[in-house]
Design a binder for this molecule. Structure first.
Ligand code: ARG
Length: 458
């Protein structure tokens, strides 16, 4: 039977069912790299303040690196009895270098060790997600040139509303993703505060140098309250929320393209590599990857309530419940990462069905608002103009024609201020071109934003 690290005051063995119930090695082993990083910084600090010798420090750090490499290579056995990755690494260290290894945990607790590891892990995760989000933005910006000049209907309530440049859609996603990146960057500030040295909950009587470990690990600052930081998992909940908003954006994009991919819409062709067939219906081409991104985002979002529920009733400081935090965070991270890895190829590989889109672009009175704004420019009060155009639309519906098909006489009957130049705003293309406010879907404003995004993407 293996001796427990905390076995000193116990007389009975742990029930094997308790060992498998309480273990976390099955899901926290992936923390091995950050754990070793944290321990090397800790040992370096212990030597610098004289709690261990320099020779001991070197022996500890060397052995930790060997252990790390063995784990990375898959040559390191894990067992539930050793509970978690932290105990595995420490007991291997002790097994190999005896009493020197027994000094590593000086002035430290697994509580601050776990939180330090998690923060290092999440910090890396944020940087990884940021790079993936940038790839997605690049893919959308890349589409803008390819689809230059293509006009798409814009919708509200999924009813045709006003026309916009296709690139306006792509840049809308870029904006959303930029906010996701900004949010992650903001979250990173709170992640990057060092818990190490808060020890179990109260700090320590030993002369540790918290500034030093924080600096060695690349943290911006040192947490100011040991009770707070050893119970804090805000940063995980916040990170999960950041991934959830990314998930929301990906899911709405997928939903939109799934609709666009239907025969009824027929706006878009998806690349073969990212669609699948049916085992029974030979003609089928299904947007399974988009559906699964939409579906998998549920797992990302579930991490937020999971972490809130996990932490909401915990008195300070550490409680073992917190071990479950990793399950939620890893699930959110792994899933959003997998989704983001596939997204750029789908975005870049899709093609708009230009003819199909153009063939129905005059449907749905996409130019009605442009006509109303034409009337406003002629001096008609907005509400009056709205009513006038509404009546003209009803007239077109009855006659089964478009606004631009109405004769000048018909138009003037509705409002005598209308002149020949009205035909310059009627029709979908003209209505799109009439849009000129900053940030609008018109030709020039969109071209300006495309240039700005291209510059931002480098
Ligand atoms: N495996 C545990 C976790 O991940 C380690 C915490 C140890 N602390 C304790 N007081 N039991 O949270």
């Amino acid at each position: 039977k293996m001796a427990k690290a905390w076995g000193g005051r116990f007389q009975q063995e742990t029930d094997p069912r308790v060992e498998s119930f309480t273990e976390s090695i099955s899901f926290d082993s992936r923390l091995f790299e950050v754990d070793v990083r944290g321990s090397i910084a800790h040992a370096t600090m212990l030597a610098s303040v004289g709690l261990i010798s320099e020779a001991e420090r070197d022996q500890i750090c060397q052995t930790l690196k060997t252990i790390r490499d063995e784990i990375a290579a898959g040559n390191f056995p894990f067992q539930a009895a050793l509970e978690d990755i932290h105990m595995h690494i420490e007991s291997a260290l002790i097994e190999r270098i005896g009493d020197v290894g027994r000094k590593l945990h000086t002035g430290r607790s697994r509580n601050d060790q776990v939180s330090t590891d998690l923060k290092l892990y999440v910090r890396d995760a944020i940087d990884e997600l940021d790079a993936l989000l940038l790839d997605v933005q690049r893919a959308f910006v890349g589409r803008c040139e390819q689809d230059a000049g293509v006009v798409l209907p814009g919708y509200t309530h999924m009813q045709r509303a006003q026309p916009v440049q296709a690139a306006h859609y792509w840049l809308a996603y870029c904006e959303k993703i930029q906010r996701d990146r900004d949010r992650l960057a903001d979250c990173r500030k709170r992640v990057n505060v060092c818990p190490l040295g808060s020890a179990a909950l109260a700090g320590t009587s030993l002369p540790i140098d918290r500034e030093m470990t924080a600096q060695l690990l690349g943290f911006d600052s040192v947490a100011g309250n040991s009770l707070d930081v050893s119970s804090d998992r805000d940063y995980l909940t916040e990170f999960a929320f950041c991934t959830s908003l990314i998930a929301t954006h990906l899911s709405t994009w997928c939903e939109e393209w799934i609709i666009w991919f239907t025969t009824e819409f027929g706006f878009i062709k998806l690349p073969d590599a990212y669609t699948t067939g049916s085992s029974i219906m030979p003609q089928k081409r299904n947007p399974d990857v988009l559906e699964l991104i939409r579906g998998k985002t549920a797992r990302v979002m579930a991490a937020v309530p999971q972490l809130l529920l996990l932490t909401k009733s915990l008195p300070m400081a550490y409680n073992r419940d917190l071990q479950e935090d990793k399950l939620a965070m890893f699930a959110a991270f792994d899933t959003i990462k997998a989704c983001l890895e596939l997204t750029p190829a789908i975005v870049a590989g899709a093609e708009l069905n230009r003819e199909q889109i153009a063939s129905r672009l005059e449907d749905g009175f996409l130019d009605a608002t442009a006509l109303m704004e034409y009337l406003i420019k002629k001096g008609v009060p907005m509400r009056t103009g709205h009513g006038t155009v509404g009546k003209l639309v009803a007239k077109c519906e009855a006659a089964n024609c478009r606004l631009k098909d109405l004769s000048l006489a018909d138009l003037q009957e509705a409002c005598e201020l209308i002149e020949e130049d009205v035909y310059g705003v009627l029709g979908t293309e003209n209505a799109m071109k009439a849009l000129q406010s900053y940030g609008s879907g018109g030709e020039q404003p969109v071209a300006d934003r495309v240039r700005a995004w291209q510059a931002a993407m480098g």
